[in-house]
Design a protein around this ligand. Structure first.
Ligand SMILES: *[C@@H]1O[C@H](CO)[C@@H](O)[C@H](O)[C@H]1NC(C)=O
Ligand SMILES: *[C@@H]1O[C@H](CO)[C@@H](O)[C@H](O)[C@H]1NC(C)=O
Ligand SMILES: *[C@@H]1O[C@H](CO)[C@@H](O)[C@H](O)[C@H]1NC(C)=O
Ligand SMILES: [Zn+2]
Length: 459
């Protein structure tokens, strides 16, 4: 198994992201609060037409953590293939937000916001202004934006979540009612049990069936971190996820609602191996600039720096700019091993496409690390070999999957890749909800979903 190491935002504790066990709660089933429909813009008041057995739209959102795009070709995946052939697929995968880490991405999927706006800028970070540490805290003050379960409940629908990162944070009308919360998070709860719990909701009287359900599966991420994406144990994990999808489909078919439910299968990010020992050592930059270890909050997959300037330094912004210039001079000199695989930025100067500037929580200096590279302070004898994610969302290895199946998804359709901030609007549209302000594009749902009432099953 992989080792501990200083810089990585890896997977101790909660296996996929160092989550302390106290954090995730279990099943949450929330009873609706009635909302006044009269204020909604007209385009959102129209509820989709009733389908066959269920007379209301229902969305089951399934996240397979760390399911890298392409994993579906590792082995036979008949159940995922069935969703693909009878549903709509992002042809070259779902694009994560930067940084391609678990908590930022699950919250972007849930809120439609970039991390700078939803506040969860990394799995773990120190707020540069207050000095406070976020480490998957449940305090709502960290969690900005409105997640889908809150949107649903605020507008009179019902929602249930199972292990979705962040879903146990109390937001607005969303709390975890007694009797439905089995906390703390427990990695030993089998995937079968998670699936069967969700399926059991379909045995409730129709009015009690949650309109929105979110299910979280972690197997692909756990094995991918431990062994890297190319390991046979990841292939086994992929087969396991496919079996769980099969269990979902079988359970829905048994209850005669398979055609009525919108099943969305996606993942938060991909995975890349860093077993090939390409490392950048910060101490190798010493001829240009000495970087003390306590300036660095994280080494890789994202280099995160907050230099500690004394009170006598009048313009820390200027000093930070000097640090960035010196570091980049060293890295591009050809004299630093693997230096070409790290580029350092003042956060304001990061490429626009990353949307990673506009938050006081983002530390002032961010280094973009090459695909699969490690950054460390200095040379040690430590052997490091595992899989990781968090890198630039431009890398295909960071992409995950998106497949939608159900009345509003056209059969056999392929769409170009899109960013996961679009998912919030898509689900809001299916459920007839008025979306909270978000970073999805307003026209996107029209390109992905078929209009209400039109049959989706004919190509
Ligand atoms: C975690 O789940 C397993 C399997 O369901 C159970 O045996 C164990 O007691 C649980 N642990 C905690 C702390 O709830
Ligand atoms: C190497 O860096 C670590 C911090 O990452 C530090 O604790 C250690 O003292 C350094 N070793 C040397 C030889 O500089
Ligand atoms: C994302 O949406 C929020 C809320 O509407 C907005 O404040 C923010 O500026 C948007 N970010 C981008 C990059 O468009
Ligand atoms: Zn993840």
């Amino acid at each position: 198994m992989a080792k501990t190491n200083p810089g990585r935002s890896g997977f101790t504790g909660y296996p996929f992201c160092k989550l302390s066990l106290a954090l995730l709660s279990l099943v949450v089933l929330v009873v609706a609060v009635t909302a006044d429909d009269s204020n909604f813009p007209s385009s959102y008041t129209r509820r989709p037409q009733p389908s066959k057995k269920l007379t209301k739209p229902v969305v089951l959102l399934i996240s397979s953590d760390g399911f890298r795009f392409g994993y579906q070709f590792k082995t036979e995946t008949p159940n995922i293939d069935l969703l693909i052939s009878r549903g709509t697929e992002a042809k070259t995968g779902l694009i994560p937000v930067f940084p391609s880490m678990t908590f930022p991405n699950h919250n972007s999927i849930a809120t439609g916001l970039y991390p700078a706006s939803h506040g969860i800028i990394m799995n773990k970070f120190t707020d540069p202004t207050t000095g406070e540490l976020f480490n998957r805290n449940l305090d709502p003050k960290w969690w900005l934006g409105e997640p889908l379960w809150a949107t649903a409940v605020n507008q009179g629908l019902k929602a249930a979540t199972y292990f979705w990162p962040g879903a146990d944070v109390h937001k607005g009308s969303w709390t975890c009612p007694k009797g439905f919360c089995k906390s703390p998070y427990n990695v030993s709860v089998t995937l079968e049990e998670r699936v069967d719990t969700i399926l059991s909701y379909f045995d409730l009287p129709q009015s009690d069936i949650p309109d929105f359900m979110a299910l979280y599966l972690d197997e692909t991420d756990i094995q991918g971190h431990r062994y890297g994406p190319d390991d046979p144990r990841v292939t086994i994990a992929v087969a396991k996820i496919d079996q769980m999808i099969g269990r979902v489909l079988k359970g829905l078919k048994k209850r005669k609602v398979f055609g009525d439910v919108h099943v969305i299968l996606l993942g938060d990010h991909g995975m890349v191996t860093n077993c090939d020992k390409k490392v950048i050592y910060i101490d190798d930059l010493a001829d240009w600039i000495k970087i003390p270890a306590d300036w660095i909050q994280d080494y890789s997959p994202v280099l995160v720096m907050n230099p500690r300037w004394g009170k006598d330094v009048k313009n820390p912004g200027e000093k930070n700019a000097e640090v960035v210039a010196k570091m980049n001079e060293a890295l591009s000199s050809g004299k630093v091993e693997n230096g070409e695989f790290l580029q350092v930025y003042l956060k304001e100067k990061l490429p626009e496409r990353l949307h990673y500037s506009d938050s006081s929580r983002i530390p002032p200096i961010i280094g973009m690390v090459g695909e699969g590279l490690l950054v460390r302070q200095n040379r040690t004898n430590k052997q490091e070999c595992y899989g990781d994610h968090g890198y630039d969302n431009l890398f295909f290895s960071m992409r995950s999957i998106f497949i939608g199946h159900g009345p509003r998804f056209k059969r056999g359709r392929k769409v170009p890749s899109f960013e996961n901030v679009e998912v919030y609007n898509v689900i809001a549209e299916i459920l007839g909800l008025r979306p909270a302000p978000n970073n999805g594009s307003s026209l996107f749902t029209r390109s992905l979903l078929v209009p209400v009432g039109e049959t989706a099953q004919v190509e």
